[in-house]
Write a protein that binds this ligand. Structure first.
Ligand code: GAR
Length: 223
């Protein structure tokens, strides 16, 4: 018997955004179609200007805005900002926190280690790190002349776009690509890759072992 997404216990999720919220919208739509076993308990944005907040509001998901500017510059401020992000996630009782176009550094507190995910629009470690987001990533990939780019879903540690890699999906880079055409092609695979990882997590098929991701074989159906 094939296991469907809807047979799985939904993952309780907080989603962190900073911008247009296309990734959040994809999660909300797939969950509504019964294709993604998630229960989004909370959306936190690093800015009140993030247009993605409207998708949460439309879906009746509680939202909060936590601005980095409200904390001092430097590592102590990063730490305080991280706490302000993760405290409501803790209070909401989420299993995982999914960064979805979240553009700030938020150090992961010990109780969330291995429970924070991010998607990056390149095959990390290429074209990643501070300042590498959105179109800058695709501009850098085209400038470097790579023939393949793609997206990466990874667990988050305390550096930008860094941590154990869970899943990568490649796309070709063509001679006539612009940042827009490449961004569009990469985003199409992002819409599959992140849900794929969430489905695998809900099925208990992803484990962290000494800082590396291993895939657990699916349990065999009983007859
Ligand atoms: C996605 O392309 C994601 O890979 C990127 O932001 C976009 C999602 O934002 N993330 C990064 O660049 C992280 N370094 P959106 O869902 O608000 O459109």
């Amino acid at each position: 018997m094939t296991r469907r997404s809807t047979d799985l216990v939904p993952l309780r999720l907080a989603v962190l955004i900073s911008g247009s919220g296309r990734t959040l919208k994809n999660f909300i739509d797939l969950a509504a179609e019964g294709k993604l076993p998630i229960d989004i308990r909370l959306v936190i944005s690093s800015t009140a200007k993030a247009s993605g907040l409207k998708f949460a509001a439309e879906a009746g998901i509680p939202t909060q805005v936590v601005r980095r500017q409200n904390f001092p510059a430097g590592p102590a401020g990063d730490q305080a900002f991280g706490e302000a992000i993760f405290a409501p996630c803790r209070a909401a009782g989420v299993d995982y926190v999914a960064m979805a176009g979240f553009m700030k550094l938020a150090p992961v507190p010990p109780d969330f280690a291995g429970r924070v995910l991010n998607i990056h629009p390149a095959l990390i470690p290429a074209f990643s790190g501070h300042g590498m987001y959105g179109h800058y990533v695709h501009e850098a990939a085209i400038a470097a002349g790579v023939r393949v780019s793609g997206c990466t879903v990874h667990f988050v540690d305390n550096q930008y776009d860094h941590g154990p890699i869970i899943w990568q999906q490649p796309v070709p880079v063509f001679d006539d690509d612009t940042t827009d055409t490449l961004a569009k092609r990469v985003f199409e695979v992002e819409k599959e890759a992140y849900p794929h990882v969430l489905n695998m997590l809900a099925a208990g098929r992803i484990k962290l072992d000494a800082g590396r991701v291993i895939f657990v074989k699916p349990a065999r159906a009983k007859h």
